[in-house]
Design a protein around this ligand. Sequence first.
Ligand code: HEC
Length: 440
Amino acid sequence: MNPRKVALLAASIVCIPAVFLLLDARGEDKPAVSGVTFEREVVSILQAKCQECHHPGGSAPMSLVTYGEARPWAQAIKEKVVKRVMPPFYADGPIGYYKDDIRLTEAEIKTICEWVDEGSPRGKPADHPRYMDWSAGSPAQTPDLLLRVRTPYTVKKDGIDDYECFLFNYVFPQDTWIRALDLRPSNKQAVHHEALYIVPDTLKADPDDRISGADTLMNKATLLLFSNPGGLPLLCPEGSAIIIPKGSRLGVEVHYAPSTRDGVVDQPSVGIYYANGVVNRMLRLLYGDQTKIDIPPGEKSYRSVVYKKLKTDAIINGFAAHMHLRGKSFTIRLIYPDGRQETVFALPQFYFNWQRPYHLAKPLAVPKGTVVEYMAEWDNSLQNPFNPDPNQEVHFGPKTSDEMMGGGVSYLIPEEDLGARIKDGVRIGDAGRPAVGINR
Ligand code: HEC
């Protein structure tokens, strides 16, 4: 039995006499009192699963660090955790299957519910675990190259979602090998999510680095990373990298949360971390996409299935799914050469606003010839609260009111052995052979 269960059991044993007393005194069937307090039980859950976004200056709209900050949100917290809307981690499967898995356990949800149902008591301030230091923000590292949009952008204040595309004014002078990337809006609270693309240098931006007509990026570019502020950066496994081709630029599409305030300003930036040392493998993406999408008006469950075959052995390390506002669910299954089938990734409830990569805690080795099945489901009915217009027939297209389907399986090829010697993102030679330039 885990220590948490032992503690709960102990707590319930201690509580029994109190319950009898209550029954005696009131003569009615009152539920047992758990005695859960904010300072003793609840705040540790918030520290582990919520505060990375819910801290002052974090990406979430309110801080949940102190009792005074969390108490007014008690009912909302209960509602969101019971519905599993918060924390925003929507992949299915056993807890621990994914890296950085912040889903709440049943016991944690129960603890939060008991706390709220019993009047959200504070408990003793002395019970508060050490406060966590969120001042540095995340991620803590300093990127090798920081690209920033030149002109800060003022978010529209018409109270509707504002989608903007920006192009970073930096042309990669050579093939650049990178090990990580992260998106860094200057105003985390203004931004709901961002998508980063590799863009050919032929695409031009306005003098403020914005591309008018927000559709252009998605059409002409390769998606690298979808993320929420404070979300996971794109990280290549040890000894692997991705290449940003010579002559390309990076562009970002930002979804600003609806605002009605004056002077909400953001200046998007992206941090780039160069690969260094020997890189043996490329991080690859097997993309399952579909452009034939014809969703009838009001259709509750429109599906599309795409198959892709892995032509080599593969070590799968993560998944992602991309759809627009009618997206309902997404599933990735593997069909092995011996006929065995396995669901390896599922988003039973797809949230357009919370698209992110999900990385496996333990990468999955699969044989050559494995077929990947991507299944997308859309809901074009009134039931879908995000549906902008259930009377519309919906087709493939770049606008959020059109639809898209993209499933990603990121993987390495185990036998790949590039032996590339990389210095600050540039290939300078081959491992085992004298390197050009730095050999002395
Ligand atoms: C990855 C960042 C992130 C994490 C982790 C996170 N939240 Fe949130 N939360 C948000 C954002 C952003 C919003 C704003 C609404 C939205 O975008 O859905 C929000 C909204 C909420 C709301 C609704 C606020 C309102 O205006 O009604 C509650 C309640 C909440 N979060 C509680 C929690 C709790 C409890 C946890 C941990 C168990 C948690 N959140 C974890 C980012 C996060």
